[in-house]
Design a binder for this molecule. Structure first.
Ligand code: UT7
Length: 325
């Protein structure tokens, strides 16, 4: 028994922010952003929320799979930018789409979140606990980036991608995932500090943190280009596949230079590494499922093809999944 993706969906906010738009208020340029990242534009929520984007992506994934909301056993939502800390995004999606029979909770593994959710759903389905799952990565990162920090805000965008998975004869073949918490502070965002009537420090002595996403870009870059190829090599061994058999590498869309470097290290042609970061920037947990949905809807994925999905991000977290489409 395996777990197979049988439907995908995605949603992005209507408002598009180009690099030239950023030149209006940041000391940056379209040339710098394109050369260093490959990004040309990103979508920014103005009226949309993490929940509304996620729900739209989920409804489209269910339609694509030919399923109804009440058919769903489990909703796993990956996000670092939910509308509320609680209730969780997955419960909000459940209410929004009417998936009344589903269990629902969130996964926080940042940009590797969709992959971790897929792996968790696969484990549940393979042990027989659930027959299907709706997995979604959804982010409104434009509300947590510091729009004065040109080294980070130019990278990120908003969106959501979803996949409906269910028991099948073929599908996910192997999973590889891991974490390195010791390196966690290269990409982080603090929550509210401990501050209550029982603390000795006066209010003004308590560091509030910036409240924004903070990042050491070069450290994250180094981590990605070494860890992702290693994860992919490990999952290939588990799957028993030669790398030349892989038809598509669907990677987290953080930076074109990261993806090109990974392709080079693996000795595989760049054409096998589709990218959509030019239009969307880095949407964290939504990057992989949005790309998957675009490839699916464009007819670029054929049933029976071999795919590697791979993500990395804050935590630090990383992983790869080998699956038959
Ligand atoms: O999902 C994971 C999320 N994070 C990532 O994927 C981040 C991975 N890292 C990266 O993508 C790259 O490290 C960045 C795109 C963030 C930065 O590129 P870089 O080639 O590592 O640039 P840098 O940090 O070495 O900065 C080079 C210069 C600096 O100026 P000086 O000190 O050389 O004068 C920066 O201040 O570029 C400057 N700079 C900018 N200039 C124009 C930094 N950001 C910008 C900007 N526009 N937006």
């Amino acid at each position: 028994m395996a777990t197979r993706i049988i439907g995908t969906g995605s949603a992005t906010p209507a408002h598009v922010v180009t690099n030239s738009d950023l030149e209006g208020f940041l000391d940056t340029s379209d040339t710098w952003i394109r050369e260093r990242t490959g990004i040309g534009s990103r979508h920014a929520a103005t009226t949309e929320t993490t929940t509304s984007l996620a729900a739209e992506a989920c409804i489209k994934a269910l339609e694509d799979a030919g399923k109804k909301p009440e058919d769903v056993d489990l909703i796993l939502a990956a996000t670092v930018s939910p509308d509320c800390t609680f209730p969780c995004l997955a419960c909000q999606i459940q209410a929004e789409i009417g998936a009344d029979n589903a269990t629902a909770y969130d996964v926080n593994a940042a940009c590797a979140g969709f992959l971790f959710a897929l792996n968790s759903a696969t484990a549940y389905i393979e042990c027989g606990m659930y027959k299907n799952a709706l997995i979604v990565g959804a982010e409104v990162l434009t509300k947590i980036v510091d729009w004065n920090d040109r080294s980070s805000c130019i990278l990120f965008g908003d969106g959501a991608g979803a996949a409906f998975v269910e028991q099948a004869d073929t599908g996910v073949v192997a999973m590889e995932q891991g974490a390195n918490g010791k390196k966690g502070m290269v990409l982080y965002r603090y929550e509210r500090p401990v501050q209550n009537p029982f603390c000795e420090k006066a209010d003004e002595e308590v560091s509030q943190g910036s409240g924004f996403l903070e990042m050491n870009g070069q450290e994250v870059f180094r981590f990605a280009v070494s860890q992702v190829p290693e994860s992919i090599q490990k999952v290939l061994v588990k799957a028993g596949w030669d790398i030349s058999e892989v038809d598509h590498f669907v990677l987290h869309q953080a930076n074109a230079r990261i993806i090109q470097s990974i392709a080079k290290r693996l000795g595989e042609p760049e054409e096998k590494f589709p990218m959509n970061l030019q239009k969307y920037g880095n949407m964290s947990s939504a990057s992989i499922p949005v790309l998957l949905d675009e490839l699916n809807k464009a007819g670029e994925l054929k049933r029976g093809e071999k795919l590697i999905l791979s993500g990395f991000g804050a935590g630090l977290t990383y992983g790869a999944t080998a699956l038959i489409w």
